[in-house]
Design a protein around this ligand. Structure first.
Ligand SMILES: C[S@@+](CC[C@H](N)C(=O)[O-])C[C@H]1O[C@@H](n2cnc3c(N)ncnc32)[C@H](O)[C@@H]1O
Length: 334
């Protein structure tokens, strides 16, 4: 019989593992190892670290599969570790930086208070996340990088699995850098894009689209999705937007989108669909993060998505599975 404490130890080990990953990123170990294996003293010099402590960090990171020993006291990057270099395509470096940023950590350490009151301790201290990011442009930039990295596999999934042949204009609402929109536009040369986000985010998206050579097929609109969004697109994509908000605000966003839609337009939500049972699911961890950061921002099950969409005047017409346990939920006007 398994020791009943094993599951608790397993969770407790997560803290040390996350700290090791954070140190690897903050010391930029991956960048220094991209040229090939280094001995511990060589890497310590490059990272300006204390060699005996770095040796212990590397031992733990090897156990986590981020580096591997190639000779005594000599390490090289694994494929996973290479994803922590800033310039790796789809780099996960900013995912680690955001999730270990003191304000994001605060959202987690104060979870008990959030559960007691139903109000996010993070919001009470730092304000709504997107205002906090606007007030701290450096963190805002890192956050947008992180969203891009997170959206990359989902973007690929959307581009490969959704049929855009009858969509002329795709509006990406709260699109961030517009990674999902860009992937759909690359795979569908007929598609024109509209990228809609807050004024502090749009310039970043414009630069990204210029660097991808897609800016001449895309319009960039700054605004607030609680007030209005651009009219008349054939499809409205909302990627990981609705899960940031409680039902009242999520409904306000969906109603604003519905008001801009024509009778033949559709909505494409890229969201997690939570399972109804106790199975482990990435979305259940993400839901805890949403609660810490937003209070009543939440992941939803299929029925909850359907109810929200229906209240906004739409009905679910298709659900397509995407990578990272996400789904594309297509909805059409009722
Ligand atoms: C979790 S991010 C998702 C970004 C992107 N759609 C993706 O899938 O990676 C949510 C986005 O909503 C945007 N946003 C937040 N509040 C907004 C508002 N009031 N109006 C427009 N965009 C907003 C944020 O700036 C951010 O880019």
């Amino acid at each position: 019989m398994t020791d009943p404490r094993a599951a608790i130890w397993d969770v407790l080990r997560g803290g040390a593992r996350l700290a090791a990953l954070q140190a690897m990123v903050e010391l930029d170990c991956a960048a220094h190892l991209t040229g090939g294996p280094l001995t511990v003293p060589e890497l310590a010099r490059a990272c300006r670290a204390h060699a005996p402590s770095l040796a212990r960090l590397l031992r733990a990171l090897a156990a986590l599969g981020m580096v591997r020993t190639v000779a005594p006291d000599t390490y090289e990057l694994t494929a996973a570790g290479a994803m922590l270099a800033a310039d790796a395509p789809g780099s996960m470096r900013t995912a680690v930086l955001v999730n270990t940023h003191p304000s994001f950590v605060y959202a987690m350490t104060e979870l008990t208070e959030t559960v007691r009151t139903g109000r996010s301790a993070f919001v009470e201290r730092f304000g709504v996340l997107y205002d906090h990011l606007a007030d701290d442009p450096e963190l805002g930039h890192v956050f947008n990088d992180y969203m891009t990295a997170r959206a990359t596999p989902m973007a690929q999934g959307v581009a490969e699995r959704y049929d855009f042949s009858s969509v002329g204009t795709l509006a990406d609402i709260g699109g961030g850098r517009g990674h999902i929109l860009a992937a759909a536009m690359r795979a569908n040369p007929h598609l024109r894009g509209v990228l809609f986000d807050l004024p502090n985010v749009v310039p970043d998206a414009r630069d990204a689209f210029a660097s991808w050579g897609l800016d001449d097929r895309c319009e960039f609109v700054a605004g607030d999705f609680f007030s209005s969004v651009p009219q008349g697109a054939d499809a409205y994509l909302l990627g990981s937007v609705v899960h940031n908000w409680d039902d009242t605000d999520a409904l306000r966003i969906l109603r604003t989108v519905r008001a801009a839609m024509g009778e033949k337009s559709r909505v494409l939500l890229v969201e997690i669909v939570l399972p109804d049972d106790d199975t482990p699911h990435f979305g259940k961890d993400m839901d805890i993060r949403m609660m810490g950061l937003f209070g009543q921002g939440r992941e939803r099950g299929r029925a909850e998505h359907a109810v929200l969409l229906e209240k906004a005047g739409m009905t679910v017409s298709d659900v397509i599975a995407l990578p990272l346990e996400a789904s594309l939920i297509e909805a059409i006007p009722l």
